[in-house]
Design a protein around this ligand. Sequence first.
Ligand SMILES: *Cc1c(COP(=O)(O)O)cnc(C)c1O
Length: 385
Amino acid sequence: MSGARRFVPFASPDIGEEEIAEVVDSLRSGWITTGPKTRQFESDFAVRMGNAQSIAVNSATAGLHLALEAIGIGPGDEVITTTHTFTATAEVACYLGADPILVDIELDTSCIDPAAIDRAISPRTRAVLPVHYGGRSCEMDRICDIAGRHGLRIVEDAAHAFPTTYKGKLIGTLSSDATVFSFYATKTIATGEGGMIVTADEQIARQARLMRLHGIDRDAFDRYTSTKPSWYYQVIAPGFKYNMTDLAASLGIHQLRKAERFQLRRQEIADRYNEELHELSLVLPPQPLRGDRHAWHLYVVRLSDDAPLHRDELIRRMAESGIGCSVHYIPLHRHPYWRDRYSLRPEHFPNSELLYQRGVSLPIYSRMTDDDQTRVIDALRALLH
Ligand SMILES: *Cc1c(COP(=O)(O)O)cnc(C)c1O
């Protein structure tokens, strides 16, 4: 019987009939690339972000690249970020000829350690790129304080953090230069591939919009176009091809409307894990500050010293029970490219190493049923009693 049971994946998108109908509407309209749906998604997102500028792109990676480009990161500059992230966070600095400087995390947030940022600052440092790991906010006051004292820019990697709050404010509305969200298939709201840059800075917004689509200057175009033919445009920079399609935006419009409901369901799942797993030989994930909201993109437990089995074996045994688990992340310092380019060693990053060697991401997604979760909890009890 158990062999026939449905596999509980580690993540799953939550796409409804509204999204499907909206995509079909785009297909029928003939507007399949950037058009009215993208504009609507951007303006809906902007409303959610307290009217900050919202610029839709085809991935968060593209968004991070554009944000760093817009704040003027270039060859020889250094951008401080965390080793405990996806490679996209760091690679965007390389796109611009800059160096990502990787530092350790704090265990009580799983996010970048502000003291480690302080220690990593050099005369070449230009920016800090914090990652709200799993959907729990970084310690932004301390990061902003350090950045302020050293004249550094801040771009937040909020790929996991919609909707997350820090001291009551939604991520995307803090005082950073820009914040970038991801709508990749596994993220809390999904468009398949997609991302959004949010900024209160008109200059950054202008530059990101310009570079998003081949460096075509829409403003110059609009200002002088009345006497020019409709086919006329001006290229003023060697831009990129990072625009969002209306097919993706069709999904985003409805995902955004459902985001509150999705977050509440993820919160329920996290609350139940918190309650039912605390007596096992596990360290539960960092909780948000009191009164704050965690997006719960990930629910990452850490095996304690007295756990009867190792991370790999736990994941293998869970898979045998039909439950998908994952690891977030293989830290960047363990990947050949980053390790060799910057001579990084595991002992430089003890907290990231501990989270990597002991960490397991448990299934969490809005469509997860109570029965699915019972199976995860029962399987963990059987393995970790
Ligand atoms: C998913 C992710 C990204 C990249 O997002 P894409 O939309 O896939 O480009 C960047 N940073 C982190 C931390 C992520 O999890």
